[in-house]
Ligand binder design. Sequence first.
Ligand code: DGJ
Length: 730
Amino acid sequence: MNKIGSKGLFSGIIVSLAMIASARAQSVVIPVETKDNALVLEVGNDRVLNMVYFGGRLGNKDEYKNIGGLNNFSGTIGSYNNAYTTAGTSNLVEPAIQVTHADGNKSLDLKYVNHTVTKISDDVSLLSINLKDPVYNFEVTLNYKTYYDENVTEQWSVIKNREKKSVVLNKYASANLCLQGSEYWLKHYHGDWAQEMKPEEERLSNGIKTIDSKLGTRADLFQPPTFMLSLGKSATEESGEVMYGNLEWSGNFRLDFEVDPSNHLRLIAGINNYASDYVLKAGGDLETPKFVYTLSDKGKGEATHNFHNWARKYKIADGEGPRLTLLNNWESTYFDFNEDKLASLLKDTKKLGVDLFLLDDGWFGNKYPRNGDHAGLGDWQENKAKLPHDIGYLVKEANMNGVKFGIWVEPEMVNPKSELYEKHPDWVVKQPQRPEIYMRNQLVLDLTNPAVQDFVFGVVDGLFTKNPDLAYIKWDCNSVIFNANSAYEKNQSNFYTDYVFGLYKVLDRLRSKYPKVPMMLCSGGGGRVDYGALHYFTEYWPSDDTDPLERIFIQWENSYFYPALTSSNHVTDWGKQPIKFRVDVAMMGKLGFDIVVGKLKPNELAFCQAAVNTYKQFSEAIWHGDQYHLQDPRENDIASVIYVDQAKSSAIMFNYLVNWRVGTESNAPIRLKGLDPEKKYRVEEVNVMPGSRSTIKPSTYSGKFLMTVGVNPDVKSWRPSVLIAVKELK
Ligand code: DGJ
């Protein structure tokens, strides 16, 4: 069975169906409840499973049966609200599943058979609904895994071919929802390298709006599988009904939003079926990736907290753990380094006060040394000229300097100028009769091939086996897939999908052997972040664009969906802002540096050292607390964000000038959020440059005052970034 890491799902207790399904007339009503929400499914007289509601939870389960009859979900051509719309029979709207049976027939009809609920923990339950075609031996199980306290649901399907021969899945979505609102406002994202996460919000009109990716390895160089959807008016931070969604899939995805003739919104989320008719063998199952979503009727702020809480607790690798601050050498050396240079960088790491030194690209390759981006990828042996000793020596040196050591890899990729390419041309994704097409002079390895999976696993496993003290991996991925074709696959149209399954197989193996080791998911920018990948990675690289002004915008949008501890933010020399501004912005996430420490002026170095300490003092709030978006950089001259720890005793507020026109400054207080109104807090500016004085007098206020009246951070063109610490007075 093709599946992605769902071990132990069915280990809970099967509860009685009667407890959750109330029979009325000839229908079965199945509510899928979380603390505040309910999604209601109903089996009609024709035994077709429909979705009739997604909204606030009712106190009395018995009342859900009254909802279906209050809506008209159908028109001249049939009904629009199937819970998993089939093709080729009674449905003429966009399908969630489309099949070519073993005999070539293209019709599918799925009827309800039964359902079970498995209680996995007090918080987590799994509803599985079995559907079957009355004519063909073809079955589908729809799964709804709910996280009750977090108001989050993960939905996916398992498609089962019980026919005698292979069938072809022409479309195989994870989820098919039917939503109700007077209007639908979709906020989605687009971009390119160094311009990731540019938002766009639009009112959906009749017809289908599709957000998708066809890039193969990197779902979202152009558009991520992430969106927010307001039902009714466009939601604000604190008001409006809004759904957040993310497809947990690191390859080609497709999200269809269809306003149907009855003004309901049909949402279909899943793997992109572009060039991906999936051949499923007789007896085979295909488990689709999870589509995760939350709904809030209190605006974006609550939806953000739902996603963050769920992700840290259940999805992100070591989501509740700490993170390591670091010094990276990419922008200070690029490919030009040797052991002496690295020895001095290890000292700088210690001097700066961060936890780890991260050795970037360029440490490998001998026949084809990696002295630039045109050669060496694939040959993961230390370059003898640069590193006459080995990585183990550097790890030891780092430890002797009192810091940890991490390393960069890009194990899915190969340069044509490499020994790997010479030895295994058949491992490379390419069209045999066509010229090769490169992105950054490289090609992608064929992860559908188990031998390649072993190789990629071996690259990382080998590093850890040889160097057990290695403390961090930066996993890069700098190419999309051109010329999609596999020398291994029998069915080329399985390739895109099997590539991602292959990647997840490798990551599953690595995570079961190294469950806690921090790994950054990099991709030359935010080209890969999604909750499928974050299951394996502790953090991601939002963009190669580290200009702090740009980063305020990129990090802002990502932070609606992903908690700050996953956002790797490095201080670099990009942008015109002073070092304080750059460090302040990088502190809104997982702080790192990628600068020449030796070039810092003494007061800049002193500032950075103090900032690392301040960061450590507030890391609990930033990593594991609640984030509130106070002032949107796209709507205000001053952008403002606060992180409040779970105990509501420590918080840190970040304020930035984002409009540099003459005379823009903070003229009014900004209201804080998330504090305890009854507590007293000491408020003072932190991260002040040595030699400068804060214009803010340290003062004590009640939480009520801070959340009702607020604080004026006194941002001005000569103080363009201001950090305010808020500490409970005990
Ligand atoms: C792209 C990454 O985004 C950079 O940080 C760096 O690791 C380079 N790749 C190395 O080739």
